[in-house]
Design a protein around this ligand. Sequence first.
Ligand code: PEP
Length: 255
Amino acid sequence: MRKKIVAGNWKMNKTLPEGIELAKEVNEKVKALHPAGVQVVLGTPFIHLSEVNKTVNAPQLAVSAQNCATEASGAYTGEISAAMVASTGCRYVILGHSERRSYYGETDAILVKKVAQALENNLEIIFCVGEVLEERESERHFEVVRSQLEKGLFQLDKSAFARIVIAYEPVWAIGTGKTATAAQAQEMHAFIRSVVNGKYGTEAAQNTSILYGGSLNAKNADELFSNPDVDGGLIGGASLKAEDFAAIIASREAH
Ligand code: PEP
């Protein structure tokens, strides 16, 4: 059975002390909520990983990096390898976020290398896909998302693919306060599941968690999570306040 997941993406926010404080607050809230059926993930900046991993102990909580290098080790100044990420106690890595694709030129070919590095180091991957506004307006959103899946992930065999969580994040909804409607999210999630089904079969498709991301917050979580193919969320802004994030976790647990 696929997991219900609520993953926060802190992006480039919070100093180390602030991040530890937020992680502590989330940890306490998760312990109080005790959301038995929800995997909660904190996607922190690299430098927070080790400390946040030591700070959290709620059984539902895991920590994620927001990126990793294409190479295993060597003369790549400023890069952080998947092995380094794993060595902090991290379980997840977010790859292919639209901000990385657009601001840092991450192509499908680069992502194939990062995916391979992450899997070699036993990380689970939250792999982001999603169309920009112009692609949706010209009705190319399904084609774009299919291509991102095929070019970034479908080199994997079935057992490797089992370590992938997909996050559908319409770029026009990220950090904009605009959310996809519940119907738009469900439609795309069902499409993604059908594409996975076509490649890996029904069982793999049914077992793949597909998260929605894009201005998800405590107010719209219930509506989004009540869709059968929306297994959870990847949350930016609303993951920076423990109370808001906890409300989203509670909503996921309830639906
Ligand atoms: C994200 O960064 O993945 C995201 C969805 O951000 P926000 O929730 O702020 O739109």
